[in-house]
Design a protein around this ligand. Structure first.
Ligand code: G
Ligand code: G
Ligand code: MN
Ligand code: NA
Length: 251
């Protein structure tokens, strides 16, 4: 597979970069944190979606090296954002299941120390499917909490046994999948979203709505008292340089 071979060089040849999408507090409008999203500019093929190459990297094991690079870069750039006026801003980083197999916690600890980002500003986004082994997941999350790092369930609602996960895992954040937000005007989707938000409130979890593209979606979520949201309505994912430029221009 040629992409696999090309991916091998992607880090050393500076073809990978991160973009950041703001996660807003829906009530105040303030940015709470950014989600870091990986991009690959292939020298011949142009931009390749992580949907495509993350899967390859997971199969080949390259994800460990790439994931480490993503984490280091995300923490470093977030620290820089904080130093450029975005005080108290946090970052959410997507993590693949394979990364969790090895000594991931040690890697996270090391990177936080080296980049100087305080642990409380880091959240790791993990999908439901990863957490099927409850005992292992509980222990892992406890370890991250001891470090001060937060854990979010990504794409919530698309996996199975979602409610078991909520009952058994000490997570911090639920991210409601875009599929539900797309259809928030539909009566069924709306009651599902409302229920997730209510559960989040009762369990003292933060709830983030993903993929908000329109004003009416934001309004609907506000009415349901959803805490946080992200999506093209607020901003596409953009390079951190651009965030700093915009920030200094607006304020
Ligand atoms: O940003 P975009 O829509 O292209 O992302 C597509 C998918 O790739 C999403 O599921 C997203 O979670 C995933 N993704 C983006 N960046 C990373 C990353 O750094 N690590 C992992 N594991 N997944 C990522
Ligand atoms: O799986 P995960 O939730 O990490 O993936 C987030 C993906 O959603 C990223 O690929 C990001 O680029 C994309 N995204 C973020 N906001 C929007 C949006 O408003 N609309 C669409 N279509 N995609 C979005
Ligand atoms: Mn995510
Ligand atoms: Na998601």
């Amino acid at each position: 597979m040629t992409l696999e071979i090309d991916l091998e060089k992607a880090i050393s040849e500076n073809q990978l970069f991160l973009v950041f999408q703001p996660i807003h507090c829906l009530n105040s409008g303030n940015i709470d944190k950014f989600e870091a999203l990986l991009r690959w500019k292939h020298p011949r093929l142009g931009m390749i979606s992580p949907n495509e190459f993350i899967t390859i990297a997971e199969d080949t094991g390259q994800i460990n090296k790439i994931g480490k690079w993503v984490l280091r870069k995300a923490c470093k750039e977030t620290k820089k954002l904080q130093q450029n006026g975005l005080n108290g801003i946090g970052v959410a980083v997507n993590v693949s299941s394979r990364q969790l197999e090895s000594s991931f916690i040690t890697i996270v600890e090391e990177i936080l120390e080296k980049t100087g980002l305080e642990a409380k500003y880091l959240e790791l986004e993990i999908t439901e499917s990863i957490m099927q082994n409850i005992d292992t997941s509980v222990r892992m999350i406890q370890n991250f909490h001891e470090l001060g790092v937060k854990i979010a369930i990504d794409d919530f609602g698309t996996g199975y046994s979602s409610l078991f996960l909520l009952r058994d895992l000490p997570i911090d954040t639920i991210k409601i999948d875009k599929a539900f937000i797309d259809e928030i005007n539909d009566i069924k989707s709306q009651s599902i979203v409302k229920t997730i938000i209510d559960i989040g409130m009762n369990l003292d979890l933060r709830v983030v709505a993903e993929g908000i593209e329109h004003d009416w979606q934001k309004e609907a979520l506000n009415d349901l008292q959803c805490d946080f949201g992200q999506g093209y309505f607020f901003s596409k994912p953009i390079p951190s340089d651009e965030i700093i430029m915009n920030w200094n221009r607006v304020f």
